[in-house]
Ligand binder design. Sequence first.
Ligand code: NDP
Length: 312
Amino acid sequence: METIRCLILGSGPAGYTAAIYAGRAGLSPVVYEGLQPGGQLTTTTEIENFPGYPEGIDGNQMMDELRQQAERFGAEIRSAIAVKADLSQAPYVITFDDGASVQCHTLIIATGATAKYLGLADEEKYRGQGVSACATCDGFFYRKKVVAVVGGGDTACEEATYLAGLATKVYLIVRKPYLRASKAMQERVFSNPKIEVLFETNTVGLFGADGVEGAHLVYKKGTPEEKLHDIAIDGFFLAIGHKPNSDMFKPWVKTDETGYILTEGQTPRTGVPGVFAAGDVADPLYRQAITAAGSGCKAAIEAERYLSENGL
Ligand code: NDP
């Protein structure tokens, strides 16, 4: 079986930054792109908050350039999806969807998190054209417009409040008759005159000729009081949670109840020697490209130290 010194799973900002550092440190890193080559940024339009791009940059272009930068320093990029991990003993064995397996001395898990969607066909239809799962990324495009946020947790409240600073009006669409968010976060929502909370409301579709122009809603679905109504909006933001892509590592690494990998203190160490976690798979709090890139850097530095300390 092939043995890789530094195996990186995932090709978002965390994976590629780890590859750049590992490549420059002479670790001959191999990156497996995974489920979504380039990661979540490839689903947004323009990125305006990554330092160094005063005019902003297209998400796909940025990820393409990160990949080229990693390749420049000798990273090998492969396109397969990891489906099984055996971290019971070093070297660790990873198996891919094409049936191939490799073993590695160090592993950087940068498999990201996947934003949850409602599962409506219209979300796919309008993705990048009014549908977003990241207010911090895309909110700026909705200045002086009307938007809706779906969800009743802290993220939804935080995003609704953030968007209210930009948009003229924000609907918060909540399926229950109450918010799940912390009291402080609820206060901020209820005291903001720009936010209208629509309780006991579900979204059943979106409409618009050229991008999102509105949403079809249903109030008290499945009860005698059920009522259909439409709202006019320019943007539709999902904030119903993220799912970290950590399932296959769970037998060996600690995770929180949602599945985010728990790392040791400020480091990307997982507790399994030589196995590190970087980016959104280990970050329930910030989930930004720049924080993912920073943790990818840390993981590669850790991998380098581990390999040299163990003479590998
Ligand atoms: P949560 O799981 O806390 O909340 C998800 C929300 O989405 C819930 O209101 C849930 O409704 C709703 N939801 C889920 N599925 C659907 C669906 N299919 N249709 C409609 N609504 C749906 O996720 P968050 O991302 O908000 O938060 C994750 C964690 O991060 C939490 O622990 C949170 O406290 C924390 N966090 C903390 C922040 C802070 O302190 N500043 C900021 C952001 C997050 P229901 O209530 O009915 O289940």
